[in-house]
Design a protein around this ligand. Structure first.
Ligand code: GCB
Length: 593
Protein backbone atom coordinates (compact mmCIF):
# COMPACT_ATOMS: atom_id res chain seq x y z
CA UNK A 1 0.00 0.00 0.00
CA UNK A 2 1.45 3.34 -1.05
CA UNK A 3 2.07 6.24 1.33
CA UNK A 4 0.46 9.66 1.15
CA UNK A 5 3.06 11.93 -0.45
CA UNK A 6 3.76 15.44 -1.60
CA UNK A 7 5.11 15.16 -5.14
CA UNK A 8 4.75 17.24 -8.28
CA UNK A 9 1.30 15.65 -8.76
CA UNK A 10 0.24 14.74 -5.22
CA UNK A 11 -0.57 16.64 -2.06
CA UNK A 12 -1.40 15.58 1.47
CA UNK A 13 -2.92 17.22 4.48
CA UNK A 14 -2.30 15.87 7.96
CA UNK A 15 -5.33 15.67 10.24
CA UNK A 16 -3.33 15.20 13.43
CA UNK A 17 -4.18 17.41 16.39
CA UNK A 18 -7.03 17.50 18.87
CA UNK A 19 -10.16 15.60 17.87
CA UNK A 20 -13.55 15.46 19.57
CA UNK A 21 -13.71 12.27 21.62
CA UNK A 22 -16.01 10.27 23.84
CA UNK A 23 -16.46 6.82 25.27
CA UNK A 24 -19.52 4.80 24.34
CA UNK A 25 -19.89 2.37 27.26
CA UNK A 26 -23.41 1.28 26.29
CA UNK A 27 -22.63 1.06 22.59
CA UNK A 28 -25.33 3.56 21.84
CA UNK A 29 -23.54 5.60 19.21
CA UNK A 30 -23.86 3.31 16.21
CA UNK A 31 -27.65 3.07 16.36
CA UNK A 32 -28.03 6.69 17.52
CA UNK A 33 -25.94 7.70 14.47
CA UNK A 34 -23.43 9.83 16.36
CA UNK A 35 -21.59 10.31 13.07
CA UNK A 36 -24.56 12.27 11.66
CA UNK A 37 -23.92 15.41 13.70
CA UNK A 38 -21.44 16.94 16.12
CA UNK A 39 -20.42 14.28 18.63
CA UNK A 40 -22.57 14.74 21.75
CA UNK A 41 -20.84 15.49 25.09
CA UNK A 42 -17.38 15.21 23.62
CA UNK A 43 -14.05 16.14 25.15
CA UNK A 44 -10.85 16.70 23.21
CA UNK A 45 -8.28 13.94 22.68
CA UNK A 46 -4.93 14.04 20.92
CA UNK A 47 -4.33 12.23 17.63
CA UNK A 48 -1.99 10.40 17.44
CA UNK A 49 -2.05 8.86 20.94
CA UNK A 50 -3.63 6.06 22.87
CA UNK A 51 -6.55 7.59 24.73
CA UNK A 52 -6.04 5.41 27.83
CA UNK A 53 -3.52 7.41 29.85
CA UNK A 54 -4.25 10.90 28.57
CA UNK A 55 -7.15 11.54 30.94
CA UNK A 56 -6.86 11.20 34.72
CA UNK A 57 -9.70 8.70 34.71
CA UNK A 58 -9.61 4.95 35.26
CA UNK A 59 -12.86 4.48 33.34
CA UNK A 60 -11.10 5.78 30.23
CA UNK A 61 -7.95 3.79 30.89
CA UNK A 62 -9.82 0.52 31.35
CA UNK A 63 -12.69 1.12 28.93
CA UNK A 64 -13.78 -1.90 26.89
CA UNK A 65 -15.75 -1.29 23.72
CA UNK A 66 -16.37 1.62 21.37
CA UNK A 67 -14.92 5.11 21.52
CA UNK A 68 -15.72 7.87 19.05
CA UNK A 69 -13.41 10.37 17.42
CA UNK A 70 -14.54 13.27 15.26
CA UNK A 71 -12.91 16.17 13.48
CA UNK A 72 -13.67 18.62 10.73
CA UNK A 73 -11.31 19.34 7.89
CA UNK A 74 -11.25 21.89 5.09
CA UNK A 75 -10.62 20.31 1.70
CA UNK A 76 -7.90 22.36 -0.02
CA UNK A 77 -9.29 24.53 -2.81
CA UNK A 78 -6.63 23.34 -5.22
CA UNK A 79 -7.90 19.76 -5.19
CA UNK A 80 -10.56 20.36 -7.87
CA UNK A 81 -10.63 17.44 -10.29
CA UNK A 82 -8.35 15.31 -8.11
CA UNK A 83 -8.97 11.94 -6.52
CA UNK A 84 -9.22 12.49 -2.76
CA UNK A 85 -8.41 9.76 -0.26
CA UNK A 86 -8.92 9.58 3.50
CA UNK A 87 -6.29 7.44 5.19
CA UNK A 88 -5.80 6.24 8.74
CA UNK A 89 -2.28 4.97 9.42
CA UNK A 90 -3.88 2.79 12.12
CA UNK A 91 -6.92 2.46 14.36
CA UNK A 92 -6.53 0.00 17.22
CA UNK A 93 -8.01 -2.59 16.99
CA UNK A 94 -10.76 -1.87 14.45
CA UNK A 95 -12.75 1.05 13.17
CA UNK A 96 -15.66 2.24 11.08
CA UNK A 97 -15.28 5.66 9.43
CA UNK A 98 -17.84 8.12 8.10
CA UNK A 99 -17.42 11.24 6.03
CA UNK A 100 -20.47 13.36 6.73
CA UNK A 101 -23.26 10.77 6.98
CA UNK A 102 -21.68 8.28 4.61
CA UNK A 103 -19.83 5.23 5.83
CA UNK A 104 -16.57 5.08 3.87
CA UNK A 105 -14.37 2.48 5.54
CA UNK A 106 -14.32 -0.42 7.92
CA UNK A 107 -11.10 -2.06 9.02
CA UNK A 108 -10.07 -4.95 11.24
CA UNK A 109 -6.61 -4.99 12.83
CA UNK A 110 -4.96 -2.32 14.90
CA UNK A 111 -1.56 -1.86 13.32
CA UNK A 112 -1.88 -1.44 9.57
CA UNK A 113 -3.27 1.42 7.50
CA UNK A 114 -6.55 1.62 5.64
CA UNK A 115 -8.05 4.20 3.35
CA UNK A 116 -11.11 5.17 1.34
CA UNK A 117 -11.63 7.07 -1.90
CA UNK A 118 -13.87 9.92 -0.77
CA UNK A 119 -13.77 12.06 -3.91
CA UNK A 120 -17.50 11.95 -4.55
CA UNK A 121 -18.27 13.10 -1.00
CA UNK A 122 -16.15 16.24 -0.94
CA UNK A 123 -15.97 19.49 -2.80
CA UNK A 124 -12.72 21.47 -2.71
CA UNK A 125 -13.05 24.39 -0.31
CA UNK A 126 -15.74 22.63 1.77
CA UNK A 127 -15.48 21.71 5.39
CA UNK A 128 -16.24 18.05 6.04
CA UNK A 129 -17.00 16.10 9.18
CA UNK A 130 -14.95 12.93 9.71
CA UNK A 131 -16.06 10.48 12.38
CA UNK A 132 -14.48 7.20 13.46
CA UNK A 133 -15.75 4.67 15.94
CA UNK A 134 -12.79 2.72 17.26
CA UNK A 135 -13.24 -0.55 19.11
CA UNK A 136 -10.65 -2.22 21.35
CA UNK A 137 -12.26 -5.58 22.05
CA UNK A 138 -10.15 -8.69 21.60
CA UNK A 139 -11.70 -12.08 20.94
CA UNK A 140 -10.47 -15.46 19.76
CA UNK A 141 -11.13 -14.19 16.24
CA UNK A 142 -8.91 -11.13 16.54
CA UNK A 143 -5.17 -10.67 16.23
CA UNK A 144 -4.08 -10.55 19.03
CA UNK A 145 -6.68 -12.76 20.74
CA UNK A 146 -8.52 -12.12 24.00
CA UNK A 147 -11.82 -12.67 25.80
CA UNK A 148 -14.36 -10.05 26.80
CA UNK A 149 -16.20 -11.02 29.97
CA UNK A 150 -19.54 -9.48 30.86
CA UNK A 151 -19.34 -9.02 34.64
CA UNK A 152 -21.67 -7.30 37.13
CA UNK A 153 -19.09 -4.50 37.19
CA UNK A 154 -19.12 -4.10 33.41
CA UNK A 155 -17.13 -5.51 30.51
CA UNK A 156 -13.68 -6.84 31.34
CA UNK A 157 -11.02 -7.59 28.72
CA UNK A 158 -8.78 -10.59 29.29
CA UNK A 159 -5.85 -11.19 27.00
CA UNK A 160 -2.91 -13.51 26.72
CA UNK A 161 -0.11 -11.10 25.88
CA UNK A 162 2.12 -9.12 28.19
CA UNK A 163 1.58 -5.51 27.16
CA UNK A 164 -1.20 -3.08 27.96
CA UNK A 165 -4.12 -3.11 25.54
CA UNK A 166 -3.66 0.50 24.45
CA UNK A 167 -6.20 1.70 21.90
CA UNK A 168 -7.25 4.64 19.80
CA UNK A 169 -5.83 6.49 16.83
CA UNK A 170 -2.16 5.74 17.36
CA UNK A 171 -0.84 7.15 14.11
CA UNK A 172 -1.43 9.94 11.65
CA UNK A 173 -4.64 10.48 9.70
CA UNK A 174 -4.42 12.05 6.26
CA UNK A 175 -6.48 13.53 3.51
CA UNK A 176 -4.53 13.31 0.31
CA UNK A 177 -5.03 14.01 -3.35
CA UNK A 178 -3.76 12.20 -6.42
CA UNK A 179 -4.62 12.63 -10.07
CA UNK A 180 -7.56 10.51 -11.23
CA UNK A 181 -5.17 8.30 -13.20
CA UNK A 182 -2.60 7.36 -10.64
CA UNK A 183 0.08 4.97 -9.47
CA UNK A 184 -1.69 2.48 -7.19
CA UNK A 185 1.17 0.18 -6.19
CA UNK A 186 4.91 -0.18 -6.59
CA UNK A 187 6.98 -3.25 -5.75
CA UNK A 188 10.74 -3.19 -5.72
CA UNK A 189 13.02 -6.20 -5.32
CA UNK A 190 16.78 -5.76 -5.36
CA UNK A 191 19.65 -8.05 -6.20
CA UNK A 192 23.26 -7.73 -7.22
CA UNK A 193 25.55 -9.17 -9.81
CA UNK A 194 29.13 -8.51 -8.83
CA UNK A 195 29.33 -4.78 -8.20
CA UNK A 196 26.21 -4.10 -10.30
CA UNK A 197 22.99 -3.50 -8.39
CA UNK A 198 19.75 -4.81 -9.88
CA UNK A 199 16.43 -3.17 -9.15
CA UNK A 200 13.38 -5.09 -10.35
CA UNK A 201 10.25 -3.04 -10.25
CA UNK A 202 6.56 -3.58 -10.89
CA UNK A 203 4.06 -0.73 -11.09
CA UNK A 204 0.30 -0.89 -10.90
CA UNK A 205 -1.82 2.00 -12.03
CA UNK A 206 -5.51 2.85 -12.07
CA UNK A 207 -7.69 5.35 -13.90
CA UNK A 208 -9.08 5.99 -17.34
CA UNK A 209 -6.44 8.11 -19.03
CA UNK A 210 -4.16 6.36 -21.52
CA UNK A 211 -0.66 6.29 -20.15
CA UNK A 212 2.68 4.59 -20.12
CA UNK A 213 4.96 4.08 -17.14
CA UNK A 214 8.40 5.64 -16.93
CA UNK A 215 10.80 5.14 -14.06
CA UNK A 216 13.92 7.05 -13.10
CA UNK A 217 16.35 5.86 -10.45
CA UNK A 218 18.45 8.55 -8.79
CA UNK A 219 21.28 8.20 -6.32
CA UNK A 220 21.44 10.01 -2.99
CA UNK A 221 22.96 13.06 -4.69
CA UNK A 222 20.07 13.23 -7.16
CA UNK A 223 22.03 11.97 -10.17
CA UNK A 224 20.08 9.70 -12.54
CA UNK A 225 21.67 6.25 -12.54
CA UNK A 226 19.09 4.27 -14.54
CA UNK A 227 15.80 4.73 -16.36
CA UNK A 228 13.13 2.33 -17.57
CA UNK A 229 9.92 2.19 -19.58
CA UNK A 230 6.92 0.01 -18.91
CA UNK A 231 5.04 -1.27 -15.90
CA UNK A 232 7.74 -3.76 -15.00
CA UNK A 233 11.41 -4.27 -15.61
CA UNK A 234 14.90 -4.48 -14.27
CA UNK A 235 17.28 -1.57 -13.80
CA UNK A 236 21.04 -2.02 -13.57
CA UNK A 237 23.15 0.23 -11.40
CA UNK A 238 26.84 0.04 -12.14
CA UNK A 239 29.08 0.09 -9.09
CA UNK A 240 26.06 0.26 -6.81
CA UNK A 241 26.28 1.69 -3.32
CA UNK A 242 24.60 -1.10 -1.39
CA UNK A 243 22.27 -0.58 1.53
CA UNK A 244 23.92 -2.31 4.48
CA UNK A 245 23.59 -2.45 8.25
CA UNK A 246 25.11 0.79 9.50
CA UNK A 247 25.03 2.32 6.01
CA UNK A 248 21.47 3.27 5.11
CA UNK A 249 22.26 4.35 1.56
CA UNK A 250 19.08 4.97 -0.40
CA UNK A 251 18.35 5.53 -4.05
CA UNK A 252 15.05 7.04 -5.11
CA UNK A 253 12.84 5.61 -7.81
CA UNK A 254 10.52 8.13 -9.41
CA UNK A 255 7.55 6.37 -10.97
CA UNK A 256 5.70 8.47 -13.54
CA UNK A 257 2.56 7.87 -15.52
CA UNK A 258 2.95 9.71 -18.79
CA UNK A 259 0.27 10.50 -21.41
CA UNK A 260 0.62 10.36 -25.21
CA UNK A 261 1.93 13.97 -25.34
CA UNK A 262 4.61 13.15 -22.79
CA UNK A 263 2.94 15.05 -19.95
CA UNK A 264 3.27 13.59 -16.46
CA UNK A 265 -0.10 12.44 -15.12
CA UNK A 266 1.19 11.16 -11.79
CA UNK A 267 4.49 10.91 -9.99
CA UNK A 268 5.26 8.73 -6.96
CA UNK A 269 8.60 8.49 -5.18
CA UNK A 270 9.84 5.19 -3.81
CA UNK A 271 13.05 4.92 -1.81
CA UNK A 272 15.19 1.93 -2.74
CA UNK A 273 17.96 0.28 -0.76
CA UNK A 274 19.88 -2.21 -2.88
CA UNK A 275 20.68 -5.23 -0.76
CA UNK A 276 20.25 -8.99 -0.64
CA UNK A 277 19.12 -11.24 2.20
CA UNK A 278 19.75 -14.96 2.29
CA UNK A 279 19.81 -17.82 4.75
CA UNK A 280 22.59 -20.27 3.93
CA UNK A 281 23.25 -23.16 6.29
CA UNK A 282 23.58 -21.68 9.76
CA UNK A 283 24.30 -18.19 8.45
CA UNK A 284 22.07 -15.17 7.93
CA UNK A 285 23.62 -13.22 5.06
CA UNK A 286 23.04 -9.58 4.15
CA UNK A 287 24.79 -8.72 0.87
CA UNK A 288 26.48 -12.10 1.08
CA UNK A 289 28.10 -11.24 4.43
CA UNK A 290 27.25 -13.09 7.65
CA UNK A 291 25.16 -10.81 9.85
CA UNK A 292 24.96 -10.98 13.66
CA UNK A 293 21.83 -9.37 15.12
CA UNK A 294 22.55 -7.17 18.14
CA UNK A 295 19.59 -5.38 19.62
CA UNK A 296 16.22 -5.70 21.24
CA UNK A 297 12.64 -6.65 21.15
CA UNK A 298 10.94 -3.27 21.49
CA UNK A 299 7.47 -1.92 22.07
CA UNK A 300 5.70 1.18 20.90
CA UNK A 301 5.24 2.44 24.43
CA UNK A 302 5.83 5.63 26.38
CA UNK A 303 4.25 7.54 29.24
CA UNK A 304 1.00 9.40 28.56
CA UNK A 305 0.91 8.72 24.82
CA UNK A 306 0.88 4.90 25.24
CA UNK A 307 1.28 3.50 21.74
CA UNK A 308 0.83 6.84 20.01
CA UNK A 309 3.59 7.50 17.49
CA UNK A 310 5.93 10.30 18.53
CA UNK A 311 8.81 11.58 16.39
CA UNK A 312 10.82 12.68 19.44
CA UNK A 313 10.78 9.15 20.87
CA UNK A 314 11.48 7.75 17.40
CA UNK A 315 14.67 9.76 17.02
CA UNK A 316 15.69 9.29 20.65
CA UNK A 317 15.22 5.50 20.59
CA UNK A 318 17.33 5.23 17.46
CA UNK A 319 19.98 7.45 19.09
CA UNK A 320 20.06 5.06 22.03
CA UNK A 321 20.27 2.05 19.70
CA UNK A 322 23.27 3.69 18.08
CA UNK A 323 24.83 4.61 21.44
CA UNK A 324 24.56 1.05 22.72
CA UNK A 325 25.90 -0.51 19.52
CA UNK A 326 22.66 -2.23 18.44
CA UNK A 327 22.21 -2.92 14.73
CA UNK A 328 18.67 -4.32 14.73
CA UNK A 329 15.37 -4.80 16.55
CA UNK A 330 12.16 -6.77 16.30
CA UNK A 331 8.84 -4.95 16.00
CA UNK A 332 7.51 -7.07 18.84
CA UNK A 333 4.61 -7.75 18.81
CA UNK A 334 2.90 -5.89 15.94
CA UNK A 335 3.74 -3.74 12.91
CA UNK A 336 5.05 -0.35 14.04
CA UNK A 337 4.31 3.08 12.55
CA UNK A 338 5.49 3.66 8.95
CA UNK A 339 7.84 6.38 10.21
CA UNK A 340 9.84 3.78 12.16
CA UNK A 341 10.68 1.79 9.02
CA UNK A 342 11.54 4.93 7.05
CA UNK A 343 13.92 5.95 9.78
CA UNK A 344 15.46 2.47 9.99
CA UNK A 345 15.98 2.50 6.21
CA UNK A 346 17.88 5.78 6.49
CA UNK A 347 19.88 4.78 9.58
CA UNK A 348 20.83 1.34 8.27
CA UNK A 349 19.09 -0.45 11.14
CA UNK A 350 17.82 -3.98 10.50
CA UNK A 351 14.23 -4.98 11.35
CA UNK A 352 12.53 -8.28 12.09
CA UNK A 353 8.97 -7.34 11.15
CA UNK A 354 6.26 -9.00 13.23
CA UNK A 355 2.55 -9.38 12.72
CA UNK A 356 0.23 -8.85 15.74
CA UNK A 357 -0.27 -12.58 16.36
CA UNK A 358 0.80 -12.65 20.00
CA UNK A 359 -0.83 -14.70 22.71
CA UNK A 360 -2.13 -17.61 20.66
CA UNK A 361 -1.05 -19.68 23.61
CA UNK A 362 -3.61 -19.79 26.32
CA UNK A 363 -1.77 -22.48 28.26
CA UNK A 364 1.24 -20.20 28.67
CA UNK A 365 -0.94 -17.24 29.55
CA UNK A 366 -2.84 -19.27 32.12
CA UNK A 367 0.45 -20.24 33.71
CA UNK A 368 2.11 -16.86 33.70
CA UNK A 369 -0.72 -14.42 34.11
CA UNK A 370 -3.08 -16.51 36.20
CA UNK A 371 -5.81 -16.58 33.56
CA UNK A 372 -8.37 -19.32 33.03
CA UNK A 373 -7.66 -22.49 31.11
CA UNK A 374 -8.79 -22.74 27.51
CA UNK A 375 -7.60 -24.79 24.56
CA UNK A 376 -5.78 -22.59 22.06
CA UNK A 377 -6.71 -24.11 18.71
CA UNK A 378 -10.29 -25.42 18.57
CA UNK A 379 -13.53 -24.60 16.73
CA UNK A 380 -14.58 -22.43 19.72
CA UNK A 381 -11.28 -20.63 20.23
CA UNK A 382 -8.54 -19.86 17.66
CA UNK A 383 -10.18 -21.38 14.56
CA UNK A 384 -10.45 -21.04 10.78
CA UNK A 385 -11.95 -17.57 11.06
CA UNK A 386 -9.02 -16.50 13.25
CA UNK A 387 -6.61 -17.92 10.72
CA UNK A 388 -8.17 -15.86 7.94
CA UNK A 389 -7.88 -12.74 10.11
CA UNK A 390 -4.24 -13.71 10.73
CA UNK A 391 -3.69 -14.28 7.00
CA UNK A 392 -5.16 -10.88 6.20
CA UNK A 393 -2.87 -9.28 8.80
CA UNK A 394 0.11 -10.91 7.05
CA UNK A 395 -1.13 -9.69 3.64
CA UNK A 396 -1.43 -6.15 4.96
CA UNK A 397 1.97 -6.30 6.65
CA UNK A 398 3.75 -7.44 3.50
CA UNK A 399 1.81 -5.00 1.31
CA UNK A 400 2.83 -2.12 3.55
CA UNK A 401 6.46 -3.02 4.29
CA UNK A 402 7.68 -4.98 1.24
CA UNK A 403 9.85 -2.16 -0.11
CA UNK A 404 11.79 -1.39 3.07
CA UNK A 405 15.41 -2.54 2.84
CA UNK A 406 15.57 -2.52 6.65
CA UNK A 407 13.04 -5.36 6.82
CA UNK A 408 14.95 -8.64 6.45
CA UNK A 409 12.49 -11.18 7.86
CA UNK A 410 8.76 -11.69 8.44
CA UNK A 411 7.87 -12.93 11.92
CA UNK A 412 4.39 -14.38 11.65
CA UNK A 413 3.73 -14.99 15.36
CA UNK A 414 5.15 -14.56 18.83
CA UNK A 415 5.15 -17.57 21.13
CA UNK A 416 2.11 -19.37 19.77
CA UNK A 417 1.31 -22.86 20.93
CA UNK A 418 3.53 -24.85 18.61
CA UNK A 419 3.87 -28.28 20.21
CA UNK A 420 0.51 -29.69 19.06
CA UNK A 421 -0.66 -31.12 15.72
CA UNK A 422 -3.41 -28.43 15.72
CA UNK A 423 -0.80 -25.70 15.80
CA UNK A 424 1.06 -27.19 12.85
CA UNK A 425 -2.13 -27.44 10.86
CA UNK A 426 -2.88 -23.81 11.70
CA UNK A 427 0.56 -22.47 10.77
CA UNK A 428 1.50 -24.45 7.68
CA UNK A 429 -0.73 -22.44 5.30
CA UNK A 430 0.38 -19.16 6.91
CA UNK A 431 4.04 -19.91 6.20
CA UNK A 432 3.12 -20.82 2.62
CA UNK A 433 1.10 -17.62 2.23
CA UNK A 434 3.94 -15.43 3.51
CA UNK A 435 6.42 -17.02 1.10
CA UNK A 436 3.99 -16.63 -1.77
CA UNK A 437 3.52 -12.94 -0.94
CA UNK A 438 7.27 -12.39 -0.66
CA UNK A 439 9.66 -15.08 -1.87
CA UNK A 440 12.66 -12.83 -1.12
CA UNK A 441 12.68 -12.69 2.68
CA UNK A 442 13.10 -15.46 5.26
CA UNK A 443 10.09 -16.27 7.42
CA UNK A 444 10.04 -17.28 11.07
CA UNK A 445 8.14 -17.10 14.35
CA UNK A 446 9.30 -16.66 17.94
CA UNK A 447 9.24 -20.03 19.69
CA UNK A 448 8.38 -20.33 23.39
CA UNK A 449 10.02 -22.41 26.10
CA UNK A 450 7.44 -25.19 26.45
CA UNK A 451 7.83 -26.08 22.77
CA UNK A 452 11.45 -27.02 23.26
CA UNK A 453 13.63 -28.86 20.79
CA UNK A 454 12.02 -32.13 19.77
CA UNK A 455 8.59 -30.96 20.98
CA UNK A 456 8.01 -28.02 18.65
CA UNK A 457 6.05 -29.10 15.57
CA UNK A 458 6.22 -25.77 13.74
CA UNK A 459 9.85 -24.62 13.83
CA UNK A 460 10.88 -26.72 10.82
CA UNK A 461 8.56 -24.52 8.71
CA UNK A 462 10.72 -21.47 9.37
CA UNK A 463 13.93 -20.43 7.61
CA UNK A 464 15.50 -19.40 10.90
CA UNK A 465 14.95 -20.46 14.49
CA UNK A 466 13.82 -17.64 16.75
CA UNK A 467 13.99 -18.57 20.42
CA UNK A 468 12.56 -16.67 23.40
CA UNK A 469 14.18 -18.05 26.56
CA UNK A 470 14.37 -16.99 30.19
CA UNK A 471 16.84 -19.38 31.85
CA UNK A 472 17.80 -17.65 35.07
CA UNK A 473 14.52 -15.74 35.20
CA UNK A 474 11.32 -17.77 34.82
CA UNK A 475 13.28 -21.00 35.28
CA UNK A 476 16.36 -21.44 37.50
CA UNK A 477 15.40 -18.10 39.04
CA UNK A 478 18.41 -16.67 40.82
CA UNK A 479 20.58 -19.71 39.99
CA UNK A 480 22.68 -18.61 37.05
CA UNK A 481 25.01 -21.62 37.21
CA UNK A 482 22.12 -24.06 36.75
CA UNK A 483 20.58 -21.77 34.15
CA UNK A 484 23.80 -21.70 32.14
CA UNK A 485 23.97 -25.46 32.03
CA UNK A 486 20.32 -25.96 31.07
CA UNK A 487 20.40 -23.22 28.44
CA UNK A 488 23.57 -24.58 26.85
CA UNK A 489 22.03 -28.05 26.63
CA UNK A 490 18.86 -26.78 24.97
CA UNK A 491 20.69 -24.52 22.55
CA UNK A 492 23.03 -27.29 21.45
CA UNK A 493 19.99 -29.42 20.65
CA UNK A 494 18.50 -26.67 18.47
CA UNK A 495 21.85 -26.22 16.73
CA UNK A 496 21.56 -29.75 15.36
CA UNK A 497 18.73 -28.51 13.09
CA UNK A 498 21.33 -26.76 10.95
CA UNK A 499 19.50 -23.42 10.82
CA UNK A 500 20.60 -20.00 12.04
CA UNK A 501 19.33 -19.25 15.53
CA UNK A 502 18.33 -15.76 16.62
CA UNK A 503 17.72 -15.40 20.33
CA UNK A 504 14.69 -13.15 20.02
CA UNK A 505 14.16 -12.76 23.77
CA UNK A 506 16.23 -13.12 26.91
CA UNK A 507 15.86 -10.79 29.84
CA UNK A 508 15.33 -10.22 33.55
CA UNK A 509 13.00 -7.79 35.29
CA UNK A 510 15.07 -5.10 36.95
CA UNK A 511 14.01 -2.21 39.13
CA UNK A 512 16.26 0.74 38.27
CA UNK A 513 18.14 1.79 41.38
CA UNK A 514 17.74 -1.52 43.20
CA UNK A 515 21.18 -2.88 44.12
CA UNK A 516 22.71 -5.78 45.99
CA UNK A 517 26.11 -7.33 46.56
CA UNK A 518 24.91 -10.83 45.74
CA UNK A 519 23.19 -11.32 42.37
CA UNK A 520 19.60 -11.12 43.59
CA UNK A 521 16.76 -11.10 41.02
CA UNK A 522 15.23 -7.67 40.30
CA UNK A 523 18.51 -5.83 41.02
CA UNK A 524 20.66 -4.08 38.42
CA UNK A 525 23.55 -6.38 39.32
CA UNK A 526 21.45 -9.46 38.57
CA UNK A 527 20.41 -8.17 35.15
CA UNK A 528 24.09 -7.65 34.32
CA UNK A 529 25.13 -11.12 35.48
CA UNK A 530 22.11 -12.68 33.79
CA UNK A 531 23.07 -11.10 30.46
CA UNK A 532 26.72 -12.09 30.87
CA UNK A 533 25.67 -15.70 31.46
CA UNK A 534 23.54 -15.68 28.33
CA UNK A 535 26.35 -14.21 26.28
CA UNK A 536 28.75 -16.95 27.39
CA UNK A 537 26.24 -19.51 26.15
CA UNK A 538 25.63 -17.75 22.82
CA UNK A 539 29.34 -17.38 22.16
CA UNK A 540 29.81 -21.13 22.50
CA UNK A 541 27.18 -22.04 19.87
CA UNK A 542 28.12 -21.27 16.26
CA UNK A 543 24.53 -21.40 15.00
CA UNK A 544 23.58 -18.39 17.13
CA UNK A 545 23.47 -15.44 14.74
CA UNK A 546 21.85 -12.89 16.94
CA UNK A 547 20.84 -11.69 20.37
CA UNK A 548 17.84 -9.46 21.03
CA UNK A 549 17.47 -8.58 24.69
CA UNK A 550 13.95 -8.37 26.06
CA UNK A 551 13.27 -5.44 26.26
CA UNK A 552 14.68 -2.16 25.02
CA UNK A 553 12.72 -0.22 27.68
CA UNK A 554 10.33 -0.89 30.55
CA UNK A 555 6.74 -0.90 29.32
CA UNK A 556 3.15 -0.92 30.50
CA UNK A 557 1.33 -4.21 30.98
CA UNK A 558 -1.97 -5.36 32.35
CA UNK A 559 -2.23 -5.81 36.12
CA UNK A 560 -0.69 -8.99 37.48
CA UNK A 561 1.10 -10.34 40.49
CA UNK A 562 4.30 -10.68 38.46
CA UNK A 563 4.27 -7.10 37.24
CA UNK A 564 5.08 -4.02 39.32
CA UNK A 565 4.09 -0.92 37.37
CA UNK A 566 4.58 -2.83 34.15
CA UNK A 567 7.26 -5.08 32.73
CA UNK A 568 10.68 -4.08 34.04
CA UNK A 569 12.91 -6.06 31.70
CA UNK A 570 13.97 -2.87 29.97
CA UNK A 571 17.64 -2.13 29.57
CA UNK A 572 16.39 1.45 29.68
CA UNK A 573 13.64 2.66 31.98
CA UNK A 574 10.36 3.72 30.43
CA UNK A 575 11.69 7.29 30.25
CA UNK A 576 14.81 5.90 28.54
CA UNK A 577 17.44 6.15 31.28
CA UNK A 578 20.07 3.42 31.13
CA UNK A 579 20.25 0.70 33.76
CA UNK A 580 23.66 -0.83 34.50
CA UNK A 581 22.95 -3.49 31.85
CA UNK A 582 22.97 -0.81 29.16
CA UNK A 583 26.64 -0.14 29.82
CA UNK A 584 27.43 -3.84 29.71
CA UNK A 585 25.69 -4.23 26.36
CA UNK A 586 27.43 -1.15 25.04
CA UNK A 587 30.80 -2.64 25.89
CA UNK A 588 29.88 -5.93 24.19
CA UNK A 589 28.15 -4.53 21.12
CA UNK A 590 30.59 -1.80 20.27
CA UNK A 591 33.34 -4.37 19.86
CA UNK A 592 32.90 -7.25 17.41
CA UNK A 593 30.96 -10.18 18.82
C1 GCB B 1 7.70 -13.41 26.49
C2 GCB B 1 6.85 -12.61 25.59
C3 GCB B 1 6.89 -11.13 25.89
C4 GCB B 1 6.85 -10.92 27.40
C5 GCB B 1 8.08 -11.57 27.99
C6 GCB B 1 8.14 -11.45 29.52
O1 GCB B 1 8.07 -14.51 26.24
O2 GCB B 1 7.11 -12.84 24.23
O3 GCB B 1 5.82 -10.50 25.27
O4 GCB B 1 6.78 -9.57 27.75
O5 GCB B 1 8.07 -12.93 27.70
O6 GCB B 1 8.71 -10.48 30.00
O7 GCB B 1 7.60 -12.31 30.20
Amino acid sequence: MLRPQDTSTRERKSLTGLWEFRLDPTRAGRSARWFADSLPDAVRAPVPASYNDVFADATVRDHVGDVWYQTTARVPRGWEGQRVVLRFDSATHRAVVWVGDTKVAEHEGGYTPFEADVTSLLAPGDEVRITAVVNNELSFQSIPPGIVEDTPQGLRQLYFHDFFNYAGLHRAVWLYATPTTYVSDVTVVTDRDGSTGLVRYAVQSSGDADHTVQVTLRDAEGRTVATGDGAGGELSVGDAHLWAPGDGYLYELEVELVDAEGATLDSYLQTVGIRTVEVRGIQFLINGEPFYFKGFGKHEDSAVRGKGHDDAFLVHDFALLDWIGANSFRTSHYPYADEVYDYADREGVVILDEVAAVGQNVELAGGIFGGKSYVTFSPETVNDVSREVHAQAIRELVARDKNHPSVVLWSIANEPESQTPESREYFEPLFALTRELDPTRPVGFANFALASHGKCLVSDLGDVLMLNRYYGWYVNTGDLAAAEQAWQTELEAWATDGKPIIITEYGADTVAGLHSVAPVPWTEEYQVEYLEMNHRVFDRVDAVVGEHVWNFADFATTSGVRRVDGNKKGVFTRDRRPKAAAHLLRRRWTRDV
